[in-house]
Design a protein around this ligand. Structure first.
Ligand code: PGA
Length: 247
């Protein structure tokens, strides 16, 4: 049976105190969720909480991930956080290239550099790619995804990584793609990534308006290895439902 990966992207929603409270209140349930066979759960809070959360969850199999990292090696970069620091505070995953980051000016090249820094620290990158609504309407999705992947492709050979397909038009909108469309993306991605290594070296996630009601349908798709979950993951009971469905 294949393993499913569930990544909770809390964005800037939970404060330090709220993130700690979430993990303390649901510690035992998180422990159970984290030790479910064929399931891996990653919580991605904002930077200041990472260390406390990895300490709090160290007796669980729940992983802690960051939402971005600096593309640079340590040095004079005011305000940035290095992959090395992320590793020191217990991160084993890091989201990069999220559309909300790209909208702030992070380029495809920056995302490739972020992946390079994460590989150096043996942190698993979760590389987000996805098209905007107009690009989707103009049927330019594959072109856009290819452009986003282009600078990163040469780094992926013989590495373990996660690709999260997140159409921008689905994020926070309540819309999700049809299974047939999602399947066409997965098939295309598998072809693009053929040269990087075996299919077992990488996982493909779907993200964008995933909730406890629509996840079952998408879970039935063969090539989808898990989900990147935004707003629904803020509610423990809903997150639990998503992770528990079908396992
Ligand atoms: P959403 O966010 O689940 O709230 O749509 C997903 C994401 O942005 O990663």
């Amino acid at each position: 049976m294949k393993q499913h990966l569930f990544v909770a992207n809390w964005k800037m929603n939970k404060s330090f105190a709220q993130a700690i409270d979430f993990c303390m209140t649901h510690h035992d349930a998180l422990q159970q969720l984290g030790s479910k066979p064929h399931t891996q759960l990653v919580l991605c809070p904002s930077f200041p909480v990472l260390f406390s959360l990895s300490e709090l969850l160290q007796d669980t199999m729940v992983h802690v991930g960051a939402q971005q990292c600096s593309p640079h090696k340590p040095g004079a970069y005011t305000g940035q956080v290095s992959a090395q620091s992320l590793r020191d505070v217990g991160c084993t995953y890091c989201i990069i290239g999220h559309s909300e980051q790209r909208a702030q000016g992070i380029t495809h090249h920056d995302v490739a550099q972020q992946a390079a820094r994460l590989f150096e620290q043996e942190i698993m990158p979760i590389i987000c790619i996805g098209e905007h609504k107009e690009e989707y309407i103009q049927q330019r999705t594959f072109q856009i995804l290819a452009e986003q992947l282009e600078p990163i492709m040469s780094l992926l050979a013989h590495k373990q990584f996660v690709i999260a397909y997140e159409p921008v038009w689905a994020i926070g909108t309540g819309l999700v793609p049809e299974n047939a469309y999602l399947q066409s993306i997965v098939t295309w991605l598998e072809k693009q990534l053929q040269s990087s290594g075996p299919r077992t070296a990488y996982r493909i996630l779907y993200g964008g308006s995933v909730d406890e009601k629509n996840v079952g349908k998408m879970r039935s798709l063969d090539g989808i290895d898990g989900f990147l979950i935004g707003s629904t993951s803020l509610d423990f009971q809903k997150l639990k439902k998503i992770v528990s469905l079908g396992t």
